[in-house]
Structures are given as C-alpha cells and as structure tokens.
Design a protein around this ligand. Structure first.
Ligand code: NAD
Length: 330
C-alpha cells in the first residue's frame, strides 16, 4: 500500500455513501476520493458540494466524480451502491436486488487493474461481501464488509449510557449476521478490565464503579434481563430509525470511516467487520461479523474469542442463516 497518497474510490453516492464521504472529509481520512454512481449527474453534484467545504477542512483532498477506470490505483474501493431497506423489509429481502447491482460493479472495478481492498456496506452486508469476494476472485483477506461494526458501536453506546461510562471504555461486541440473527456474547463483554457478567450481580460489592470519570455511579442494578433488553435495542435500532426517518446513514458513514482509517493507517485495530471464516468458530467459507485485526492488508487475523457453548451455538445458527442466503444467489 502506498502511504504517499491515500486513495478511496466510493461506488454508490446515496445517503450512506455520502455520509461516509462527508465523514472522510471531516476526519481527513484520505487524500484522494473518487465518487462513482450509476447516476453520474448525482456523483458530479456531490463532488462539487464536498469540494465547496475544502476551504474549511483540516487538510486538502482531491475529490471528483469519476469512472470505474479510476479505481485502478485506489487503495480501497468502498461499495455503498444498492437499494435501501424499506420499512418492514428484512435485510435478507434485499439480497436478490442487490446481487444484480454488484454484478454490474465488481467486474469493471477488477478490470481497471484495481489491486487494493474491497470494503462493502450494501445490505445484506455479510452476503454482499461474500458475493464481492466470489465475483472479484480476490484473496478473502482483502475483502471485508462493515459487518457488525455499527451494531457494536450501538451496543457500546447503550451500555455506556446505562453504566454511565464512556463507550470507549466499554469493550463488547455484536457478532454474526448484521441483522436479525446477530447476538452479543456477554461472556466476552468488559467495562475497562471488569467482565460485565461479574458486574451483573455476581460480585456486587466488589464491582462498584467509583472515581473520576464515571460519576461515582453504581452498576449493581444491572442484570441479565437489562443486558438482554440492550441487545434487543441494538438489533431493533435500524428498524426504529428507518421507521422514523426512512434510512440510517450517519452511524454507518462513521463506521466505514473508522474501518478506512484502520486500513489506510495500517493500524492493526480490532473491529467487528464481516470477514471470511476459515475454520474459526468451526465455520468455513461464510462471511460474518467477527472481531478482526485490521491493517493495510485488510483482515490480518480473525480473533477467536472464548465463547460459551450457548454463544457458539448462536453464532453457528447465525452462520447457517447467512449460508442459506448465499446459496443459490450466484
Ligand atoms: P440510496 O438509495 O440513498 O443510495 C444508493 C445509491 O446507489 C444511489 O445513489 C444509486 O444511484 C446507487 N446505485 C444503484 N445502483 C447502482 C449501480 N448499479 N452502480 C452504481 N451505483 C448504483 O441508499 P442508501 O441509504 O445510501 O443505502 C445504501 C446501502 O447501504 C443499502 O443497501 C442499505 O441497506 C445499506 N446500509 C448498510 C448499513 C450497514 O450497517 N452495513 C447501514 C445502513 C444502510
């Protein structure tokens, strides 16, 4: 990966794509950004609009509407093209419509000579990421999806609110499908160095959080039912937002930017992206949201957490759902 000029090609300049682009600009996360959309006029207008913010940005950035051949020297191709989820529609319902869209995108991207990393946001994201891998023929470690990165952020936010702790100090993951079969492995959830399940009433007197920064709040009231409610809120968040404002985009835009920074900055950061499993958790071939070490080469490693038997079964069940969705699409 070149470090002199960090180039991102964005395919799909809708609400998600442009929230991502706006976030990239505000975080100075790349040096060159090419916008590609089947609606060329829209891509051009979006490029103009972003460029008019450059005078107020921290660093300069080259932003323009382009074509697939502009992907040839990109470090990342980020795909946000597709049809958005409608009220009441599950992510898996979108699969067939978006698979056709991807057939028209992946071929021209690879034909350009692109040799970087694919990052996919289009839903159902785990299956679309697997489709991208299959259509591109790329090494699976160079094809990743946003997976449960956003769900994990929602979980950390809600736990942080409940515990009155900065979400950055909440270490908990959502795993599996970005969708209805996702789950939270509570056995692996921590606040700083304290396991949340221990805080959850098991050693009440020893687990009183106090001191600066957490407002001296107690977490003794937290219980399994509350944790389950929080997990359900995370799962239902997209439906709730779509019901209120038709689509979700700011959160995913920032999640994509976080993953982009991990790749372009060669960070080796742990993020819950959708990655191909190659034996981890007893799964093969399927793409699912798992904590991974992300760097300039894409997925350096899938972290294998010490899940309980019950959690492992939830993960297997989620992977079965994803496998069934994938079968028959290509
Ligand atoms: P949108 O309708 O606003 O934008 C989609 C864009 O894709 C449009 O600009 C459209 O012109 C473009 N497009 C369509 N077909 C194309 C093609 N063949 N080639 C190039 N561009 C094409 O939708 P949105 O709200 O931005 O959502 C985009 C996708 O992101 C959806 O699949 C949505 O479900 C998904 N999404 C994912 C997450 C996540 O966490 N992974 C979160 C929110 C939304």
């Amino acid at each position: 990966m070149r470090i002199d000029k960090r180039k991102v090609a964005l395919v799909g300049c809708g609400m998600v794509g442009m929230s991502y682009a706006y976030s990239l600009l505000n975080q100075n996360a790349c040096d060159e950004l090419v916008l590609i959309d089947v609606n060329e006029k829209k891509a051009m207008g979006e490029a103009m609009d972003l460029n008019h913010g450059l005078a107020f940005a921290g660093l300069n950035m080259e932003i323009y509407a382009g074509e697939y051949r502009d992907c040839r020297d990109a470090d990342l191709v980020v795909i946000c093209a597709g049809v958005a989820q409608k009220p009441g529609e599950t992510r898996l319902d979108l699969l067939k419509r978006n698979a056709a869209v991807f057939r028209s995108i992946i071929e021209p991207v690879t034909s350009s000579g692109f040799n970087g990393i694919f990052l996919v946001a289009t839903n159902p994201v785990d299956v679309m990421t697997r489709i991208t891998c299959a259509l591109s023929g790329f090494n699976p470690r160079r094809v990743l999806g946003s997976g449960t990165a956003l769900d994990t952020a929602r979980l950390r936010y809600l736990l942080g609110q409940y515990l009155r702790v900065d979400p950055k100090n909440v270490h908990a993951y959502v795993m599996g499908e970005h969708g209805d079969s996702e789950f939270v492995p509570w056995s692996q959830a921590m606040v700083a160095t304290q396991p949340i399940l221990k805080i959850c009433g098991e050693r009440e007197s020893e687990n009183r959080i106090s001191g600066e920064g957490v407002g001296g709040g107690t977490v003794s009231g937290i219980c399994r039912e509350t944790l389950q409610e929080i997990a359900e809120q995370v799962k239902g968040a997209a439906y709730q937002i779509i019901d209120a404002k038709q689509a979700t985009y700011y959160g995913i835009g920032m999640a994509l930017t976080r993953i982009t920074r991990a790749v372009l900055g060669d960070e080796n950061s742990v993020l819950t992206v959708s990655a191909m499993l190659r034996g981890e958790y007893g799964q093969r071939e399927v793409f699912a949201g798992v904590p991974c070490v992300i760097n300039g080469n894409g997925v350096r490693r899938v972290l294998e957490l010490n899940l309980t038997e019950e959690e492992l079964e939830m993960f297997s069940s989620s992977c079965r759902t994803l496998q069934e969705s994938f079968e028959g699409v290509l």
